[in-house]
Design a protein around this ligand. Structure first.
Ligand code: GUN
Length: 293
């Protein structure tokens, strides 16, 4: 069994991104720039956004955080999006989700200029990704494909089972795995699926994005399978200062001995998700640079 170390791969690729950021800064006078809009004070969202800003700093990108209170009116948010859409100093931006209930998330995502949509959530980017055109791909699926490639894991002709059909992870993941580049045969499991155990046990590559700790048990895993655990459920813990720890979807202790490769939680997919946003921002900056020169 080989552990897939997302921290190591993310560090390697971050060094490559930092080198490219220097080139971009030299050629057009400013580094790639990621902006984030954060509405409210949700603890999880605050820490995710702070990590994103810190990651930018580490690779030499500029970053901006635009904050609003929970009771922001729709118009004010749309004005802020419009300003970023047309700001030549900003290469890409995100609106951190979830948003307060009175705001229509889909409408907000669709207001973002697809050329700056580094989350890859705009329907234009989703549609381009579906048809195999160059596009921004949402961070977790993109990060997972990078991990599979860096570890030279054979995906062609393999049966890949994806658990979960969310717009952010499961569905785009299934599309990427079925495209020519990855060339897998894909099954998507969701809340309406039957025979989940049997289908998982037939997977050569099992990608779980369900959010249920220890859902994937050893009887659901084929000998020699590749296991990618996207789960990051916060569970109480007496061993950490914060009083909680992150739990994956996979019963790691019992599943790991059966696998050829497995991602740990934390330290597997998480660092690659963060990295993928930097990669999308770099690509946004490159496209804008090409337009200007
Ligand atoms: N909330 C949880 N994950 C994400 C993400 O990848 N992007 C944004 N914008 N919000 C999130």
């Amino acid at each position: 069994m080989e552990l897939i170390d997302g921290n190591i791969v993310a560090k390697e690729i971050k060094e490559e991104i930092a080198a490219e950021a220097i080139k971009i800064r030299e050629s057009r006078g400013r580094a790639p720039h990621l902006a984030a809009i954060l509405v409210g004070h949700d603890g999880g969202s605050e820490s995710y956004v702070n990590f994103k800003m810190k990651d930018c700093h580490e690779v030499g990108f500029e970053s901006s955080l635009i904050r609003f209170e929970d009771d922001i009116q729709e118009k004010e948010l749309f004005d802020a999006i419009e300003k970023l859409n047309s700001d030549p100093q900003v290469d890409g931006f995100i609106v951190q989700l979830p948003l307060p209930k009175h705001l229509d998330e889909q409408k907000v995502l669709e207001a973002i200029n697809p050329a700056k949509d580094v989350d890859g959530f705009h329907p234009v980017n989703v549609g381009k990704m579906m048809t195999g055109l160059p596009s921004f791909v949402s961070a977790t699926p993109l990060g997972i494909t990078l991990l599979l490639k860096r570890y030279k894991i054979e995906t062609s002709g393999k049966h890949c089972v994806v658990i979960g059909r969310s717009n952010i992870v499961g569905r785009p993941m299934s599309v990427l795995m079925s495209q020519k580049e990855m060339n897998s045969t894909v099954t998507v499991l969701h809340s309406g699926s039957k025979n989940i155990k049997e289908i998982c046990a037939s997977a050569d590559i099992l990608i779980s994005a369900m959010g249920k700790p220890s859902f994937v048990t050893s009887d659901m895993v084929k000998e020699g399978a590749v296991i990618i655990d996207v789960g990051t459920t916060r569970v109480p813990s007496t061993q950490t200062k914060s009083g909680f720890k992150l739990a994956g979807d996979v019963d790691f202790e019992n599943v790991a001995p059966k696998c050829s490769f497995i991602t740990p939680v934390p330290g597997g997919v998480g660092p690659m998700t963060r990295l993928a946003l930097l990669l999308n921002t770099l690509n946004a900056a490159k496209v804008l640079t090409q337009i200007k020169h």
